[in-house]
Design a protein around this ligand. Structure first.
Ligand code: FEO
Ligand code: CA
Ligand code: CA
Ligand code: CA
Length: 730
C-alpha cells in the first residue's frame, strides 16, 4: 500500500533511525498585537524605507474587528466519506481554488499550461508544488500589518515537495545527468510563497500579482545561519567557510508564526535529497554516528534524491555531501552541507528584501512545525515542535528574553529565538510528564558521551536527536502538527500512526498505547494514529512538568470499541492518520489527515473538533494483540467523540493530503491546502493522461469538464466561504 506521505516510502520519516534504548514511555485569544501596537509596528516597518505604493485597484477589502469570544457550537451538516475526485464541503458552503501549482504570482509570467513547458526560472515567480503549512497575516490600507484585517492579507504558504513527473514535459530520468533547467524547476517549485491576497469588488479573494510583497523563497535563496550552530565546525562549507551563511530551505512541511509578526517555515525530510559516497573511513566515529541518526548512511542516496548534484556549479553539487576535499574543516567541499538543513527558518513577510534566518537554537530534526504558546508580556516566549519520524520526540523551546509586545521583525527573532532552552518531552505512565533540558553539560550531554561527544551547545543542537536519546525522551508514534488552545493554553499534537515493525507490541506505553490488525491493510500497529494533549503545570508554558491525556484516537467507526475505536468515533467523524492541526481563535480544532490506512473507504479529510480539557475523560486499560503477542497498558483518554463535538467538514480529491489551514480574523474565510492530488499515479506515462488517478482541480470545474479527463492534477490553496457570508463552522 502506498503511503501518501510527502515523499515516497523510505524517507527518513518513514524508517526508524532512532535506535536508542529510550523508554517508550489570561488571554482569551492567541496573543495578537493590538490594533494600536500593529499600527505602531507598521510605522516602523514603513520607516525601513523599502515600502512603496502598491497602487491596488479594485481591491475592496474591509477591516472588520473580530467579535467577542463566546462558547461556540458546531453548526453544519457532516460531510460524508468520499472517494470522488472533488473537494466536498458542507451544504451551504463553497470551495474555490485561489493559488494552484504553477500559477503566476507576478505580472508578465504566462499562465500555467499543464504541459510542463514552463521554464525552471519562471518558478521563482510562480506557485510551487505540494502546498502545506500556511498562515494569514492581515494587511491594512496603508500596507501595514493589521491582525484585524479580514479583506486583505499576506498568505505565507509552504511548498513541501514536488510530484516530479507532473512538472515536466517528459518523464525525467534521475539515473542520468540532469539538465540545469529541469533541476532549477524542481528546486524552485520547493520552498515558500508569500503572496498578497485581497477581496475583489465581488468580495472574493484573489492573488494580487502586482504586489511588492509577493516573493518566492526556494532552496536557492541565500539565508543566514543564526544561534549556537553559527560559526561552529559543523556548518563550515565551501559556500560559507565561516559557517555564517547557507543556501536555501528544503522540504518545508508545516509552519508557525511569532508574536512579533514573522512566519516560521520548518524543514522536515531534507536528508532525503542528498547523496553520500563511501566516506565512512574519513568521517570518524562521531561524524558517522551523526549522519546515521539523521538517515544518511555511507554509499546511499536519499529517497527524494533526484541527481541534482549532476548539474555543474556549487548550487547543485552540494547535494553530494561526500567528503572529497583536502581541508581538515570542510571549507573546500560540502561534507557539512547536511548540517545546514533541519532547522526552523524565520521569514519577515512584510519585508520582501529581508534575508531569512535559520534558528538553530530550536534544534535540528525533521521539523514538522513550530507553534507558539500564548505570549505574555514580561515572560519568555515558548514554541512547541514535533520531529516527524517513527519513534521520534516532542520538543519545546523557551526563550531567554522576556516578551516585549513592541518588538517586530527579524531583529526580534534574534532576541527571542537565538538564545533559550530546548527541551524534549518524557511521558510517564501516571499521566504526568517532564521536560528534559537539552543543554550542554546537563542531562548527560557532555564530552564524555562516547558515541557522539557533546563538546558544545552547537554539538547538542546539530545532534538534537542524539541529545534527546541521551536525556531520555519518550519515543512517539510519529509527531506531526501541534496546536495551542487559545482559551485554555493546552497543547495538542498529532501522532499520525506507527507500525508494529517500528514499535513492537512489548514497547507500547501509556502515551502510545495501541496496536492492532486491520483486514484492509497488511500492516499492524497503531494504524490510525492519535492526538495527545497536555496541560503545563500552573498553566505556565515555561513549566518543566505537565499532565497529559489522549484527546482522540483515529479509527474506523466499526472497529472494536475496547481495543481500537477508543474515542467512540461514528460515521460522522471517523478518520485515520491525523496530521495537520490548527485552532481557530474561537477554540475550534481543525484536524487534517494524511492517510493510507482508511483509503479503501475515503479520501483524506478535514474535521472540526470542539475539545474540552485534559482530564475530561478517564483512565482506561487497553489490551492489544498482534501476531500472537499481547500487552495491556493503562492510559488516559479524553471524553468520547460525538457529533456535537467532532464532525467531518471536508473531504478532498483522490490521492491528496489535506494540510494547512488558516482563517481571516472574522472567521468568514477559511484557507485550506490540497496537497498532491493524484500522487499515487505519478509513475504513469505522461502519454497516458487518462490513467491519472486525479485530474483535480479541473475535475470539479463544470466549465472545464471536457478537458478534465486528461488534465494533470495540481496542488492548490482553496478558499472556503459560507454562501450566506457567515462564520465558518458554526
Ligand atoms: Fe510533512 Fe510530517 O508531514
Ligand atoms: Ca504529503
Ligand atoms: Ca504533515
Ligand atoms: Ca504526514
Amino acid at each position: 500500500m502506498v503511503n501518501r506521505h510527502s515523499v515516497p516510502p523510505g524517507i527518513p520519516g518513514e524508517e526508524t533511525v532512532n535506535t536508542s534504548s529510550n523508554p517508550t514511555l489570561e488571554h482569551v485569544l492567541q496573543r495578537r498585537l493590538t490594533r494600536r501596537q500593529a499600527l505602531r509596528a507598521g510605522v516602523q516597518w514603513t520607516g525601513a524605507g523599502w515600502l512603496g505604493s502598491l497602487g491596488i485597484t479594485g481591491c475592496a477589502f474591509s477591516v472588520e474587528k473580530p467579535g467577542p469570544i463566546a462558547p461556540v457550537t458546531l453548526g453544519f451538516n457532516t460531510v460524508s466519506k468520499s472517494l470522488t475526485d472533488s473537494v466536498a464541503v458542507p451544504a451551504g458552503y463553497s470551495a474555490r481554488v485561489l493559488y494552484a501549482l504553477g500559477d503566476p504570482m507576478a505580472d508578465g509570467i504566462p499562465d500555467w499550461t499543464g504541459t510542463g513547458v514552463e521554464s525552471g526560472d519562471s518558478f521563482t515567480r510562480r506557485a510551487g508544488d505540494h502546498h502545506d503549512g500556511m498562515h494569514y497575516f492581515g494587511l491594512n490600507a496603508k500596507d501595514r500589518s493589521d491582525p484585524e484585517s479580514s479583506g486583505r492579507g499576506l498568505l505565507c504558504i509552504n511548498h513541501e515537495q514536488i510530484t516530479q513527473v507532473f512538472l515536466h514535459a517528459a518523464v525525467p530520468d534521475n539515473t542520468r545527468p540532469r539538465t540545469k533547467d529541469e533541476v532549477c524547476k524542481e528546486m524552485n517549485a520547493h520552498g515558500v510563497s508569500v503572496v498578497e491576497i485581497c477581496k475583489n469588488a465581488q468580495g472574493r479573494f484573489e492573488v494580487v500579482r502586482t504586489s511588492v510583497f509577493n516573493r518566492r523563497i526556494t532552496p536557492l535563496t541565500p539565508m543566514e545561519l543564526r544561534g549556537p550552530v553559527r560559526g561552529s565546525e559543523y556548518a563550515i562549507t565551501r559556500f560559507s567557510p565561516d559557517a555564517s551563511r547557507v543556501r536555501g530551505t528544503l522540504n518545508n512541511c508545516a509552519h508557525g508564526h511569532t508574536p512579533w509578526g514573522t512566519y516560521l517555515t520548518c524543514e522536515e525530510n531534507w536528508a532525503g535529497y542528498f547523496k553520500r559516497g563511501n566516506d565512512a573511513a574519513m568521517r570518524g566515529s562521531a561524524g558517522n554516528t551523526l549522519l546515521a541518526r539523521y538517515g544518511l548512511k555511507p554509499g546511499t542516496t536519499g529517497p527524494a534524491h533526484r541527481n541534482w548534484a549532476s548539474v555543474q556549479g556549487d548550487d547543485f553539487e552540494r547535494f553530494n555531501i561526500s567528503l572529497s576535499g583536502a581541508s581538515g574543516d570542510g571549507s573546500d567541499d560540502f561534507r557539512n552541507e547536511l548540517n545546514t538543513f533541519g532547522y526552523v527558518v524565520e521569514i519577515d513577510p512584510f519585508n520582501p528584501a529581508s534575508v531569512p534566518r535559520k534558528r538553530t537554537a530550536l534544534g535540528r530534526m525533521a521539523h514538522e512545525g513550530c507553534w507558539p504558546a500564548r505570549a505574555v508580556p514580561g515572560k519568555p516566549v515558548v514554541f512547541y515542535m514535533g520531529d516527524d519520524g517513527r519513534n521520534e520526540y516532542l520538543y519545546k523551546f523557551v526563550s531567554s528574553a522576556p516578551y516585549d509586545p513592541a518588538d517586530t521583525g527579524l531583529d526580534a527573532g534574534d532576541k527571542y529565538l537565538d538564545r533559550g532552552t530546548l527541551y524534549a518531552a518524557r511521558f510517564h505512565a501516571d499521566g504526568t510528564g517532564t521536560w528534559l533540558a537539552l543543554t550542554h553539560n546537563a542531562n548527560g550531554l557532555n564530552r564524555d558521551h562516547a558515541a557522539f561527544p557533546f563538546t558544545s551547545q552547537a554539538a547538542v543542537l546539530v545532534a538534537t536527536r542524539l541529545a534527546a536519546d541521551v536525556a531520555g525522551a519518550t519515543k512517539m508514534d510519529r509527531p506531526e502538527w501541534a496546536a495551542v488552545h487559545p482559551l485554555t493554553g493546552e497543547v495538542y499534537i498529532s501522532l499520525t500512526h506507527n507500525h508494529a515493525t517500528h514499535r513492537p507490541i512489548d514497547q507500547l506505553d501509556a502515551a502510545n498505547p495501541r496496536a492492532y490488525e486491520d483486514a484492509h491493510t497488511p500492516r499492524s500497529g497503531n494504524l490510525n494514529g492519535h492526538i495527545i494533549r497536555w496541560r503545563e503545570d500552573h498553566d505556565d508554558p515555561t513549566a518543566t512538568a505537565f499532565r497529559w491525556d489522549i484527546y482522540l484516537f483515529g479509527a474506523r467507526s466499526d472497529a472494536d470499541l475496547a481495543t481500537v475505536n477508543l474515542s467512540g468515533l461514528n460515521s460522522d467523524n471517523d478518520f485515520s492518520s491525523p496530521d495537520g492541526l490548527w485552532f481557530d481563535p474561537r477554540g475550534l480544532l481543525w484536524i487534517q489527515t494524511d492517510d493510507s490506512a482508511y483509503s479503501d473507504a475515503t479520501n483524506c479529510m478535514m474535521l472540526v473538533g470542539n475539545p474540552g480539557r485534559v482530564g475530561d475523560g478517564g483512565r482506561r486499560r487497553v489490551s492489544s494483540a498482534v501476531s500472537g503477542a499481547s500487552k495491556t497498558v493503562t492510559t488516559y483518554v479524553g471524553e468520547n467523540a460525538t457529533v456535537a463535538n467532532l464532525r467531518r467538514f471536508l473531504v478532498g480529491p483522490r490521492g491528496c493530503e489535506i494540510t494547512g489551514a488558516c482563517m481571516t480574523p472574522d472567521a468568514r474565510t477559511l484557507f485550506v491546502n490540497i496537497q498532491h492530488p493524484g500522487q499515487d499515479t505519478a509513475g504513469v506515462l505522461l502519454t497516458q493522461p487518462t490513467t491519472y488517478a486525479s485530474h483535480w482541480p479541473l475535475s470539479t470545474d463544470a466549465t472545464a469538464e471536457a478537458s478534465a479527463g486528461t488534465a494533470r492534477p495540481r496542488s492548490a490553496t482553496v478558499v472556503i466561504t459560507k454562501d450566506d457570508g457567515g462564520e465558518i463552522g458554526v
